[in-house]
Every structure is written in C-alpha cells, then in structure tokens.
Design a protein around this ligand. Sequence first.
Ligand SMILES: Cc1cc2nc3c(=O)[nH]c(=O)nc-3n(C[C@H](O)[C@H](O)[C@H](O)COP(=O)(O)O)c2cc1C
Length: 192
Amino acid sequence: MSKISLGANPYLYPMPVVIVGAMVDEKPNFITVTYCGIVQHNPPYIAVTLSKPHYTNSGIKKSKSFSVNIPNTRMMRVTDFIGIYSGQKVNKEQLFDIFYGDLGNAPMINEAPVNLECKLVDMLDFNGSCECFIGEIVQTYSEKKYMKKGLLSMPKIDPLVFSIHTNFFFNIGRKIGQGWFSGLRYKNKVKF
Ligand SMILES: Cc1cc2nc3c(=O)[nH]c(=O)nc-3n(C[C@H](O)[C@H](O)[C@H](O)COP(=O)(O)O)c2cc1C
C-alpha cells in the first residue's frame, strides 16, 4: 500500500465556499464559510460550523436566523476579503446589495446566484474550537439567468470550491455523468 498518513485533519475534498449572513448588533454581517453541508433532505436542514470567537455567532443566536449565499467565481476576491476581516473591524454590509426574504431578518446577497434563507433550529457544541448552527431552509432564491429548463444550472451558477490543505479556490469542471443513472452501467459487474 502506498498510502501515507496525514493525521487527524478535516480534509474533505472539495469543500463548498459559501457566505453566511446574519444580523449582528442590528446590522447585516457576512462571514466566509467552507464548513457547510446539508444534514437533512426533508425538511431541508443545513449546518454551518463557525469558530467560537467569530463576530457572526452571537447574531445568529440572537436573531435565530441566517442566510447561506452561494458566491460565483467572479465574487472570489470579495468572498476571501470577508473571510479575512471580522465584522468587528469593518462594516461588511457596504460590500453587497442586500435583500431580505420571508423571515425578514436573514440578510442575503443579491449578487450571489443562490441564496438559502434559514431559520435556526439547533446548535451543536462538541466542546472544541467551533459551534455548529443547524438551520431549516425556509426559502431558496435565485434568478432565471442561473437556471436551465427550470432547474438550477451548475455552469450558470459557476460556484467556488475550496481545497483546505492548500487554501486554494477552484471553479467547477465540466459535467461528466448523471446521478441515479450513470451508475446503472455497473449492474452487470456485480451479483445481486
Ligand atoms: C476561504 C475561507 C474559508 C473560511 N471558512 C471558515 C469556516 O468554515 N468556519 C469559520 O468559522 N471561519 C471560516 N473562515 C474564517 C472567517 O470567514 C473569518 O474569520 C471572518 O472574518 C469572520 O467574520 P466575523 O468575525 O465577522 O464573523 C474562512 C475564511 C476563508 C478566507
């Protein structure tokens, strides 16, 4: 075996890149997050994991709402910027055209192709460096220009992905198959 051990690390490849929005001290704040994932299909729940000292955390706890905004590759620099500077130092509200949805207190980014509006349903603390916020996605927003035949289109959204070990941003490659279909070719390779 040619495998080498890299230690106990959160090396999930790739990681999504999202911008989480929340009201903090009565103003919209935004934080770049790669520790994010869907944890339930129906009703749809999403988890975002934030380091405990971050400014955004108290706002999510108080407002019980947050947003998950999916930036595209054209937003790479501003996405990185808000991941470098805390809302305690800079007012990040000035960077985006902000809108609100049904909840009224989850700030969302108009420039981001997809926005998930979330109601806080739970918080997890594993007595480590982070706390995990679980939100129910109560509404999803996008625009026709990011859709094809009524469905969200990956090439049109043009999302960012992240490589955690090297800290590089990547874009998404080309379509190579279809879920619940491409794997059917394997049917004749196994015994049922
Ligand atoms: C590419 C990138 C990914 C990041 N991912 C996370 C993450 O998943 N969780 C986290 O707590 N911080 C993450 N950060 C750091 C925060 O975005 C950063 O500390 C931010 O300025 C905190 O904002 P706030 O203090 O206004 O809440 C990331 C930063 C970058 C640049």
